[in-house]
Design a protein around this ligand. Structure first.
Ligand code: M6R
Length: 609
């Protein structure tokens, strides 16, 4: 969601900020803008639409400034428009600010500013109140005014603020929305995420909640909420700018699908030592800790939630501990049974998802131990957890999550096996078998990716359909859910997933001539039942795509087309069967002319509720 970039230094701030905003495009946005401090005046340019729109209007103006802030907005309060785009200013335009988050008490603040101080608002946003609040408290010291304004605000915010009378300064503050500070030589930066800064620096400070930052081109000072200066260690980013480029692929999504063998290999093999034992680097849970645990909650959103469902399957099967899986937006508002015998596992690619973070805090406050599976190093979810297991998928830019998902699956299997071994709930032979099968996955995924042609052909036949169904049994239900989410979010096809056994309880009423239905049938013990389900939908006219192991050929007699995955044990099929279905969603979306990497209405990182 919204992206922030700020620059102060000797370079052309406009160019640096536009470059950074382009790198944050993946977060999702509908307008963009920039404010520059030029000769003691704040100049603001902001427009609805793509960043290109902003660039087309300002690049020819030759704006010369060494200090500014920029923003990509994902509309929450007020429709996407030039007026509602950030930066927002106070009435006389001396202060400008960019904001990521939501100010929950903005209505009361707005009324107070209008009624008591005669402020005239120019937008429908919650953000504009902050500019007027800072103005209200400004007395020659921007940092002081921001402290006082923040004291009145409730909600989530990462802010970048400039004042025309303090041209060599940017003030930033963070609460529940991501913010990092980039460290340069004779220049410094703020941003919502690392890709915005990689062209200029790999050294950053990770800013925590309720911390304030004052940047000049020569120094960075971080303060806590009591205005005491604090020291922060430099965080050195290990991946380079290329990792966030398309490298010859048409889309980030396709590149990321093809990066899966590598992501799976790294996530897995670096956690297994020469003796074949699992070593969960960031996790310190001992046998005594596990013996105390009565209940596990896995909480996440979207694709990460689907990884959680497989996590339940693996932990219950191998480690014999009951697990509940819940979407974070529901978990945080009910009263789950949590105490110090609860293990709470959060799964998140970005580590900044607002609902997941709130659920984590809720569980932590009630005494649960927090373990997270997360991709972004140093993210909020990672920092607030007791134990962290990084997925090492590398940066995922496309809104549709692919390589994060398969590495999350590897992570839950490893954690489940580790728990099982520590608790003594798994036979050595079975443990070795599962591990061997996991190790074979990178090559098997590679094999699927090298044989994408049949998937492309299916996309050719089906891409004009308006509806799609995915069915499966056992772990294949989760694959159906994930494949369906992938398809709907990037192709806008109305798609849904159901356990095959539920067909007769309602959904089969929707099957008619030509219905596009994918039947995932990878589980040996459920294979015959799936074949019967396929017959039932075929009898009602469905066009069926089967997904099966390559030695299970009987399905060819039932389905119209079959996608085969390499043979493997039933337990690990989701990591293979999801791959061709990611490709199917991708090709269908491309054939429908959709903006695959930036689907409409969606953001990569959902940092507001
Ligand atoms: O960053 P997170 O893993 O916490 O994000 C969770 C969901 O927003 C995310 O998986 C979303 O569902 C993706 N667009 C799915 O492709």
């Amino acid at each position: 969601m919204c992206g922030i970039v700020g620059y102060i230094g000797n370079k052309n701030a406009c160019e640096v900020i536009l470059n950074g905003l382009n790198k944050l495009e993946y977060r999702g946005y509908d307008s963009s803008g920039i404010a520059l401090n030029i000769d003691g005046k704040i100049e603001v340019y902001k427009y609805k639409g793509r960043i290109k729109n902003l660039e087309d209007r300002i690049l020819s103006l030759d704006l010369n400034s060494g200090c500014g802030i920029g923003h990509t907005r994902w509309a929450t309060h007020g429709a996407p428009s030039d007026r509602n785009a950030h930066p927002h200013t106070n009435m006389d335009g001396t202060i400008a600010l960019v904001h990521n988050g939501i100010i929950e008490n903005f209505v009361a603040l707005k009324e107070w500013l209008i009624n008591e101080h005669g402020v005239e608002f120019r937008s429908e946003t919650d953000t504009e109140v902050i500019a007027h609040l800072i103005d209200h408290f400004y007395n020659g010291d921007l940092l002081d005014a921001v402290y006082k304004a923040v004291g009145k605000m409730k909600g989530a915010y990462a802010l970048g603020v400039v004042h025309c009378d303090e041209p060599g300064k940017i003030i930033a503050v963070r609460k529940d929305s991501p913010l990092i500070v980039g460290i340069g030589k004779d220049e410094n930066f703020i941003a919502s995420d690392i890709p915005a800064l990689l062209k200029y620096t790999k050294d950053v400070y990770l800013i925590n909640n309720d911390e304030f930052v004052m940047l000049t081109k020569d120094e960075i000072k971080i303060f806590n909420e009591n205005r005491q200066e604090i020291k922060r260690e430099v965080f050195h980013v290990t991946w380079d700018a290329d990792a966030a480029e398309k490298e010859g692929f048409d889309h980030f999504m396709l590149k990321e699908i093809y990066e899966q063998p590598k992501g799976i290999d790294i996530t897995l093999n670096r956690r297994i030592n020469e003796k074949g034992a699992i070593n969960l680097d960031g996790i310190t849970i001992t046998k005594e800790d596990l013996d105390k645990i009565n209940r596990i909650y896995i909480v996440a959103c979207g694709t990460a939630y689907h990884a959680g469902l497989i996590g339940k399957y693996a932990i219950e099967k191998f480690a014999k501990i009951p697990v509940e899986v819940e979407v974070a937006s529901e978990f945080r508002y009910r009263e789950p049974f949590i105490d110090d015998t609860t293990l709470f596992i959060a799964i998140s690619q970005s580590g900044e998802t607002s609902d997941t973070l709130a659920a984590l805090r809720e569980a932590k406050n009630k005494g649960a131990r927090i373990l997270t599976i997360v991709n972004v190093v140093g993210s909020s979810v990672a920092r607030e957890s007791d134990d962290v297991f990084y997925t090492w998928a590398g940066p995922e830019i496309a809104v549709a999550s692919t390589k994060a998902f398969t590495t999350q699956l590897i992570s839950v299997y490893l954690i489940a096996l580790y728990m099982a071994e520590v608790r003594g709930t798994i036979e050595k032979e079975y443990y070795d078998l599962v591990l061997r099968e996991l190790k074979a996955l990178p090559d098997k995924v590679e094999k699927i990716l090298k044989n994408a042609e049949p998937v492309k052909e299916i996309a050719e036949i089906q891409h004009e359909k308006q509806h799609a169904f995915f069915i499966g049994r056992g772990v294949d239900v989760t694959v159906a859910l994930e494949a369906s989410l992938k398809l709907k979010e990037i192709s806008y096809i109305n798609s849904f997933a159901i356990p095959a056994g539920e067909l007769k309880h309602g959904p089969i009423a929707l099957i008619e001539d030509g219905t596009f239905l994918t039947a995932i049938a990878t589980q040996d013990h459920l294979y015959d039942k799936m074949l019967s389900n396929i017959q039932e939908v075929k009898a009602r006219g469905a066009y069926v795509i089967g997904v099966a192991k390559e030695s299970n050929k009987l399905i060819e007699h039932q389905a119209d087309k079959v996608i085969y995955i390499p043979d493997c044990i039933d337990e690990v099929t989701p990591i293979l069967s999801i791959v061709p279905l990611q490709l199917l969603a991708y090709y269908i979306a491309v054939m429908r002319g959709c903006d695959v990497d930036k689907p409409k209405n969606l953001a990569k990182s959902v940092t507001v509720e």
